[in-house]
Design a protein around this ligand. Structure first.
Ligand code: HEM
Length: 340
Protein backbone atom coordinates (compact mmCIF):
# COMPACT_ATOMS: atom_id res chain seq x y z
CA UNK A 1 0.00 0.00 0.00
CA UNK A 2 2.80 2.35 0.98
CA UNK A 3 4.51 1.54 -2.37
CA UNK A 4 1.34 2.33 -4.28
CA UNK A 5 1.02 5.71 -2.52
CA UNK A 6 4.65 6.53 -3.31
CA UNK A 7 4.01 5.77 -7.01
CA UNK A 8 0.89 7.92 -7.12
CA UNK A 9 2.77 10.88 -5.46
CA UNK A 10 5.53 10.54 -8.06
CA UNK A 11 3.09 10.51 -10.99
CA UNK A 12 1.15 13.55 -9.68
CA UNK A 13 4.38 15.41 -8.99
CA UNK A 14 5.66 14.69 -12.51
CA UNK A 15 2.33 15.87 -14.01
CA UNK A 16 2.37 19.15 -12.04
CA UNK A 17 5.98 19.77 -13.07
CA UNK A 18 5.10 19.16 -16.73
CA UNK A 19 2.14 21.54 -16.38
CA UNK A 20 4.33 24.32 -14.91
CA UNK A 21 6.81 23.89 -17.76
CA UNK A 22 4.06 24.07 -20.37
CA UNK A 23 2.64 27.33 -18.92
CA UNK A 24 6.05 28.94 -18.41
CA UNK A 25 7.42 28.25 -21.91
CA UNK A 26 5.43 30.91 -23.91
CA UNK A 27 6.24 33.56 -21.31
CA UNK A 28 9.89 32.79 -21.81
CA UNK A 29 9.49 33.13 -25.58
CA UNK A 30 8.42 36.79 -25.12
CA UNK A 31 11.66 37.82 -23.51
CA UNK A 32 13.45 40.56 -25.52
CA UNK A 33 16.55 38.50 -25.70
CA UNK A 34 14.95 35.92 -27.96
CA UNK A 35 13.24 38.15 -30.66
CA UNK A 36 14.17 41.56 -32.17
CA UNK A 37 10.87 43.54 -32.38
CA UNK A 38 12.30 46.14 -34.87
CA UNK A 39 13.76 43.56 -37.21
CA UNK A 40 11.11 44.10 -39.90
CA UNK A 41 10.73 47.91 -39.48
CA UNK A 42 12.35 50.48 -41.81
CA UNK A 43 15.89 51.41 -40.86
CA UNK A 44 16.85 55.06 -40.73
CA UNK A 45 19.49 54.38 -43.37
CA UNK A 46 16.80 53.06 -45.72
CA UNK A 47 14.83 56.30 -45.25
CA UNK A 48 17.89 58.40 -45.96
CA UNK A 49 18.67 56.35 -49.06
CA UNK A 50 15.12 56.85 -50.27
CA UNK A 51 15.40 60.59 -49.66
CA UNK A 52 18.68 60.66 -51.53
CA UNK A 53 16.86 59.56 -54.67
CA UNK A 54 14.40 62.40 -54.23
CA UNK A 55 11.40 60.07 -53.90
CA UNK A 56 8.62 60.46 -51.39
CA UNK A 57 8.50 57.97 -48.52
CA UNK A 58 5.12 56.30 -48.15
CA UNK A 59 3.64 54.32 -45.30
CA UNK A 60 0.34 52.39 -45.23
CA UNK A 61 -2.94 53.73 -43.84
CA UNK A 62 -6.42 52.25 -43.68
CA UNK A 63 -8.30 55.59 -43.72
CA UNK A 64 -9.64 56.79 -47.09
CA UNK A 65 -7.28 59.79 -47.38
CA UNK A 66 -4.20 58.15 -48.83
CA UNK A 67 -2.27 61.43 -48.69
CA UNK A 68 -1.84 60.82 -44.98
CA UNK A 69 0.34 57.80 -45.82
CA UNK A 70 2.99 60.15 -47.13
CA UNK A 71 5.68 60.18 -44.45
CA UNK A 72 8.30 62.33 -46.08
CA UNK A 73 8.06 64.36 -49.29
CA UNK A 74 11.50 65.69 -50.24
CA UNK A 75 9.97 68.18 -52.73
CA UNK A 76 8.43 69.82 -49.65
CA UNK A 77 11.91 70.83 -48.53
CA UNK A 78 12.55 72.51 -51.92
CA UNK A 79 9.19 74.26 -51.59
CA UNK A 80 10.04 75.45 -48.08
CA UNK A 81 13.36 76.80 -49.33
CA UNK A 82 11.51 78.63 -52.11
CA UNK A 83 9.00 80.07 -49.64
CA UNK A 84 11.50 81.13 -46.99
CA UNK A 85 14.47 82.18 -49.11
CA UNK A 86 13.97 82.46 -52.90
CA UNK A 87 10.55 84.12 -52.78
CA UNK A 88 11.72 86.67 -50.23
CA UNK A 89 14.62 87.64 -52.49
CA UNK A 90 12.39 87.89 -55.59
CA UNK A 91 9.84 89.95 -53.65
CA UNK A 92 12.40 92.25 -52.03
CA UNK A 93 14.26 92.90 -55.30
CA UNK A 94 11.05 93.50 -57.31
CA UNK A 95 9.26 95.72 -54.78
CA UNK A 96 12.19 97.63 -53.25
CA UNK A 97 13.85 97.83 -56.69
CA UNK A 98 10.73 99.44 -58.15
CA UNK A 99 10.49 101.89 -55.24
CA UNK A 100 14.13 102.92 -55.74
CA UNK A 101 13.60 103.36 -59.51
CA UNK A 102 10.52 105.53 -58.91
CA UNK A 103 12.21 107.71 -56.29
CA UNK A 104 15.27 108.21 -58.55
CA UNK A 105 13.01 108.90 -61.55
CA UNK A 106 11.05 111.47 -59.58
CA UNK A 107 14.22 113.17 -58.36
CA UNK A 108 15.73 113.26 -61.88
CA UNK A 109 12.68 113.90 -64.06
CA UNK A 110 10.25 115.44 -61.60
CA UNK A 111 6.52 115.54 -62.25
CA UNK A 112 5.36 115.45 -65.90
CA UNK A 113 3.71 118.86 -66.05
CA UNK A 114 0.66 119.93 -68.03
CA UNK A 115 2.72 122.04 -70.41
CA UNK A 116 -0.11 124.11 -71.84
CA UNK A 117 -1.68 124.65 -68.41
CA UNK A 118 -5.33 124.13 -67.45
CA UNK A 119 -7.84 125.28 -70.09
CA UNK A 120 -10.79 124.95 -67.72
CA UNK A 121 -12.70 122.78 -70.21
CA UNK A 122 -13.36 119.29 -68.95
CA UNK A 123 -13.67 116.10 -71.01
CA UNK A 124 -15.45 113.06 -69.59
CA UNK A 125 -12.95 110.23 -69.45
CA UNK A 126 -14.41 107.56 -67.14
CA UNK A 127 -18.07 107.17 -66.23
CA UNK A 128 -19.32 106.33 -62.74
CA UNK A 129 -19.41 102.57 -63.37
CA UNK A 130 -15.85 102.54 -64.70
CA UNK A 131 -14.61 104.47 -61.66
CA UNK A 132 -16.53 102.21 -59.29
CA UNK A 133 -14.97 99.10 -60.85
CA UNK A 134 -11.51 100.68 -60.77
CA UNK A 135 -11.66 101.72 -57.11
CA UNK A 136 -13.28 98.50 -55.93
CA UNK A 137 -10.58 96.42 -57.64
CA UNK A 138 -7.79 98.78 -56.49
CA UNK A 139 -8.96 98.73 -52.85
CA UNK A 140 -9.20 94.94 -52.85
CA UNK A 141 -5.79 94.73 -54.53
CA UNK A 142 -4.08 96.84 -51.86
CA UNK A 143 -5.59 94.76 -49.03
CA UNK A 144 -4.80 91.50 -50.85
CA UNK A 145 -1.23 92.69 -51.42
CA UNK A 146 -0.67 93.69 -47.76
CA UNK A 147 -2.31 90.55 -46.37
CA UNK A 148 -0.44 88.34 -48.88
CA UNK A 149 2.91 89.98 -48.20
CA UNK A 150 2.27 89.34 -44.51
CA UNK A 151 2.45 85.61 -45.31
CA UNK A 152 5.75 86.09 -47.14
CA UNK A 153 7.49 88.68 -44.97
CA UNK A 154 5.42 88.96 -41.75
CA UNK A 155 7.34 86.40 -39.72
CA UNK A 156 10.84 87.82 -40.20
CA UNK A 157 9.84 91.53 -40.33
CA UNK A 158 6.65 92.15 -38.35
CA UNK A 159 6.63 89.45 -35.68
CA UNK A 160 9.80 90.71 -33.94
CA UNK A 161 8.36 94.25 -33.91
CA UNK A 162 4.85 93.66 -32.57
CA UNK A 163 5.20 90.37 -30.68
CA UNK A 164 3.48 87.00 -31.00
CA UNK A 165 0.01 87.88 -29.71
CA UNK A 166 -0.49 90.92 -31.92
CA UNK A 167 1.04 89.16 -34.91
CA UNK A 168 -1.25 86.16 -34.51
CA UNK A 169 -4.33 88.40 -34.24
CA UNK A 170 -3.41 90.56 -37.23
CA UNK A 171 -2.45 87.53 -39.33
CA UNK A 172 -5.79 85.88 -38.64
CA UNK A 173 -7.70 88.95 -39.85
CA UNK A 174 -5.34 89.40 -42.76
CA UNK A 175 -6.03 85.83 -43.81
CA UNK A 176 -9.81 86.34 -43.61
CA UNK A 177 -9.45 89.53 -45.66
CA UNK A 178 -7.28 87.74 -48.24
CA UNK A 179 -9.84 84.98 -48.68
CA UNK A 180 -13.03 87.07 -48.77
CA UNK A 181 -11.77 90.08 -50.75
CA UNK A 182 -10.55 87.72 -53.46
CA UNK A 183 -14.15 87.56 -54.71
CA UNK A 184 -14.77 91.29 -55.41
CA UNK A 185 -11.19 91.46 -56.74
CA UNK A 186 -11.78 88.65 -59.25
CA UNK A 187 -15.12 90.17 -60.29
CA UNK A 188 -13.37 93.54 -60.68
CA UNK A 189 -10.64 92.10 -62.90
CA UNK A 190 -13.28 90.46 -65.08
CA UNK A 191 -15.22 93.75 -65.38
CA UNK A 192 -11.99 95.63 -66.22
CA UNK A 193 -11.32 93.08 -68.95
CA UNK A 194 -14.78 93.66 -70.45
CA UNK A 195 -15.17 97.43 -70.14
CA UNK A 196 -11.72 98.47 -71.41
CA UNK A 197 -10.77 95.70 -73.86
CA UNK A 198 -11.85 97.80 -76.87
CA UNK A 199 -9.32 100.54 -76.10
CA UNK A 200 -6.48 98.20 -75.22
CA UNK A 201 -5.84 96.20 -78.38
CA UNK A 202 -2.26 97.02 -79.48
CA UNK A 203 -1.95 98.98 -82.75
CA UNK A 204 0.64 100.83 -84.90
CA UNK A 205 0.33 104.02 -82.89
CA UNK A 206 1.66 102.11 -79.86
CA UNK A 207 4.87 101.20 -81.69
CA UNK A 208 5.49 104.89 -82.44
CA UNK A 209 4.58 105.85 -78.85
CA UNK A 210 7.05 103.30 -77.48
CA UNK A 211 9.77 104.39 -79.96
CA UNK A 212 9.44 107.90 -78.58
CA UNK A 213 9.59 106.56 -75.01
CA UNK A 214 6.07 107.76 -74.31
CA UNK A 215 7.46 111.30 -74.22
CA UNK A 216 8.29 110.68 -70.58
CA UNK A 217 11.78 112.14 -70.98
CA UNK A 218 11.94 115.65 -72.46
CA UNK A 219 8.89 117.50 -73.77
CA UNK A 220 7.67 115.11 -76.46
CA UNK A 221 3.95 114.24 -76.72
CA UNK A 222 3.55 111.16 -78.91
CA UNK A 223 -0.09 110.81 -80.00
CA UNK A 224 -2.33 108.12 -78.53
CA UNK A 225 -5.94 107.02 -78.64
CA UNK A 226 -7.90 106.53 -75.40
CA UNK A 227 -5.11 104.43 -73.87
CA UNK A 228 -1.43 104.81 -74.72
CA UNK A 229 1.00 101.86 -74.93
CA UNK A 230 2.06 102.27 -71.29
CA UNK A 231 -1.55 102.14 -70.11
CA UNK A 232 -2.18 99.13 -72.35
CA UNK A 233 0.70 97.33 -70.66
CA UNK A 234 -0.85 98.04 -67.26
CA UNK A 235 -4.23 96.81 -68.55
CA UNK A 236 -2.77 93.47 -69.75
CA UNK A 237 -0.71 93.06 -66.56
CA UNK A 238 -3.93 93.47 -64.55
CA UNK A 239 -5.98 91.13 -66.77
CA UNK A 240 -3.35 88.39 -67.15
CA UNK A 241 -1.78 88.81 -63.69
CA UNK A 242 -5.20 89.09 -62.04
CA UNK A 243 -6.43 85.94 -63.78
CA UNK A 244 -3.25 84.07 -62.81
CA UNK A 245 -3.46 85.01 -59.11
CA UNK A 246 -7.19 84.24 -59.08
CA UNK A 247 -6.83 80.74 -60.60
CA UNK A 248 -3.82 79.79 -58.46
CA UNK A 249 -5.35 81.47 -55.40
CA UNK A 250 -8.54 79.42 -55.63
CA UNK A 251 -6.48 76.24 -56.10
CA UNK A 252 -4.81 77.14 -52.78
CA UNK A 253 -8.05 78.14 -51.10
CA UNK A 254 -9.71 74.81 -51.95
CA UNK A 255 -6.78 72.44 -51.46
CA UNK A 256 -6.66 69.10 -53.28
CA UNK A 257 -10.01 69.55 -55.07
CA UNK A 258 -8.36 69.95 -58.46
CA UNK A 259 -4.67 69.23 -57.77
CA UNK A 260 -2.31 66.85 -56.02
CA UNK A 261 0.54 67.98 -53.76
CA UNK A 262 2.81 68.89 -56.71
CA UNK A 263 -0.02 70.95 -58.19
CA UNK A 264 -0.49 72.74 -54.85
CA UNK A 265 3.20 73.58 -54.68
CA UNK A 266 3.19 74.84 -58.27
CA UNK A 267 0.05 76.92 -57.64
CA UNK A 268 1.64 78.49 -54.57
CA UNK A 269 4.90 79.22 -56.40
CA UNK A 270 3.13 80.83 -59.39
CA UNK A 271 0.72 82.74 -57.11
CA UNK A 272 3.51 84.19 -55.00
CA UNK A 273 5.84 85.16 -57.89
CA UNK A 274 3.06 86.73 -59.99
CA UNK A 275 1.80 88.54 -56.87
CA UNK A 276 5.09 90.23 -55.98
CA UNK A 277 5.72 91.25 -59.62
CA UNK A 278 2.13 92.49 -59.77
CA UNK A 279 2.71 94.65 -56.67
CA UNK A 280 5.87 96.12 -58.26
CA UNK A 281 3.99 96.94 -61.50
CA UNK A 282 1.11 98.54 -59.60
CA UNK A 283 3.55 100.77 -57.69
CA UNK A 284 4.59 102.24 -61.05
CA UNK A 285 0.91 102.64 -62.01
CA UNK A 286 0.10 104.37 -58.71
CA UNK A 287 3.11 106.66 -59.10
CA UNK A 288 2.18 107.86 -62.59
CA UNK A 289 -1.49 108.25 -61.63
CA UNK A 290 -0.68 110.46 -58.63
CA UNK A 291 2.50 112.51 -58.16
CA UNK A 292 4.11 111.40 -61.45
CA UNK A 293 1.84 113.27 -63.89
CA UNK A 294 -0.05 116.51 -63.41
CA UNK A 295 -3.77 116.22 -64.11
CA UNK A 296 -3.84 112.40 -64.26
CA UNK A 297 -5.54 111.60 -60.94
CA UNK A 298 -8.63 113.66 -61.82
CA UNK A 299 -9.44 111.17 -64.60
CA UNK A 300 -10.20 108.45 -62.06
CA UNK A 301 -10.94 110.79 -59.16
CA UNK A 302 -13.79 112.79 -60.64
CA UNK A 303 -14.07 111.15 -64.07
CA UNK A 304 -12.94 114.08 -66.24
CA UNK A 305 -9.67 115.50 -67.55
CA UNK A 306 -8.77 118.95 -68.71
CA UNK A 307 -8.93 119.33 -72.49
CA UNK A 308 -5.25 120.29 -72.54
CA UNK A 309 -4.39 117.08 -70.70
CA UNK A 310 -6.33 115.11 -73.32
CA UNK A 311 -4.51 116.94 -76.14
CA UNK A 312 -1.04 116.45 -74.66
CA UNK A 313 -1.43 112.79 -73.76
CA UNK A 314 -4.30 111.41 -75.89
CA UNK A 315 -4.51 113.62 -78.96
CA UNK A 316 -6.13 111.00 -81.22
CA UNK A 317 -8.74 110.20 -78.56
CA UNK A 318 -9.55 113.91 -78.25
CA UNK A 319 -10.07 114.09 -82.03
CA UNK A 320 -12.43 111.10 -81.81
CA UNK A 321 -14.36 112.75 -79.00
CA UNK A 322 -14.66 116.00 -80.92
CA UNK A 323 -15.77 114.21 -84.08
CA UNK A 324 -18.44 112.35 -82.11
CA UNK A 325 -19.89 115.23 -80.13
CA UNK A 326 -19.16 118.19 -82.42
CA UNK A 327 -17.53 121.50 -81.55
CA UNK A 328 -20.82 122.94 -80.18
CA UNK A 329 -20.77 120.65 -77.17
CA UNK A 330 -19.55 122.99 -74.45
CA UNK A 331 -18.03 120.06 -72.54
CA UNK A 332 -16.07 118.72 -75.48
CA UNK A 333 -14.99 121.69 -77.59
CA UNK A 334 -11.81 121.19 -79.59
CA UNK A 335 -8.98 123.50 -78.71
CA UNK A 336 -8.15 126.08 -81.35
CA UNK A 337 -4.41 126.25 -80.87
CA UNK A 338 -2.49 123.15 -79.93
CA UNK A 339 0.61 124.01 -77.93
CA UNK A 340 2.98 121.71 -79.85
C1 HEM B 1 -8.71 86.08 -56.58
C2 HEM B 1 -7.65 86.54 -55.99
C3 HEM B 1 -6.81 85.83 -54.97
C4 HEM B 1 -7.01 84.66 -54.28
C5 HEM B 1 -8.17 83.69 -54.41
C6 HEM B 1 -5.88 84.45 -53.41
C7 HEM B 1 -5.70 83.40 -52.53
C8 HEM B 1 -4.56 83.15 -51.81
C9 HEM B 1 -4.36 82.05 -50.92
C10 HEM B 1 -5.42 80.96 -50.61
C11 HEM B 1 -3.12 82.13 -50.41
C12 HEM B 1 -2.46 81.17 -49.43
C13 HEM B 1 -2.69 81.70 -48.07
C14 HEM B 1 -2.14 80.80 -47.02
O1 HEM B 1 -1.06 80.22 -47.21
O2 HEM B 1 -2.80 80.71 -45.99
C15 HEM B 1 -2.51 83.31 -50.94
C16 HEM B 1 -1.23 83.74 -50.66
C17 HEM B 1 -0.68 84.93 -51.15
N1 HEM B 1 -1.31 85.84 -51.96
FE1 HEM B 1 -3.14 85.67 -52.76
N2 HEM B 1 -5.02 85.50 -53.57
C18 HEM B 1 -5.56 86.37 -54.52
C19 HEM B 1 -5.02 87.57 -54.97
C20 HEM B 1 -3.81 88.07 -54.57
C21 HEM B 1 -3.28 89.36 -54.98
C22 HEM B 1 -3.99 90.34 -55.90
C23 HEM B 1 -2.07 89.48 -54.39
C24 HEM B 1 -1.08 90.60 -54.46
C25 HEM B 1 -1.10 91.53 -55.29
C26 HEM B 1 -1.83 88.27 -53.63
C27 HEM B 1 -0.69 88.03 -52.91
C28 HEM B 1 -0.44 86.88 -52.21
C29 HEM B 1 0.81 86.61 -51.55
C30 HEM B 1 2.06 87.50 -51.55
C31 HEM B 1 0.66 85.39 -50.89
C32 HEM B 1 1.68 84.70 -50.01
C33 HEM B 1 2.59 83.85 -50.81
C34 HEM B 1 3.49 83.13 -49.86
O3 HEM B 1 4.35 83.76 -49.23
O4 HEM B 1 3.32 81.92 -49.74
N3 HEM B 1 -2.92 87.45 -53.75
N4 HEM B 1 -3.40 83.92 -51.80
Amino acid sequence: MAGLLAHARFIIGAFVFALILAVAAPAGAQQPSSVNPTASSVKEQQLLNALGKGDAVHGRVTIPDQKSANLIHPAGRDWRHFHEVTLRWIGAIAILGMLVVLVVFYLVRGQVKLESGYSGRRIVRFNAFERFVHWMTATCFIILALSGLNITFGKPLLLPLIGEGAFAGWSQWAKYAHNYLSFPFAIGVFCIFLIWIAGNIPNKVDAEWLKRGGGIVGHDHPPAYRFNAGQKMIYWIVVIGGTAVAITGYLLMFPFYATDIQGMQLAQTVHAIVAVLFVAAMLAHIYIGTIGMEGAFEAMGEGTVDANFAREHHALWLEEQNARTGPNDSQRQPLATPAE
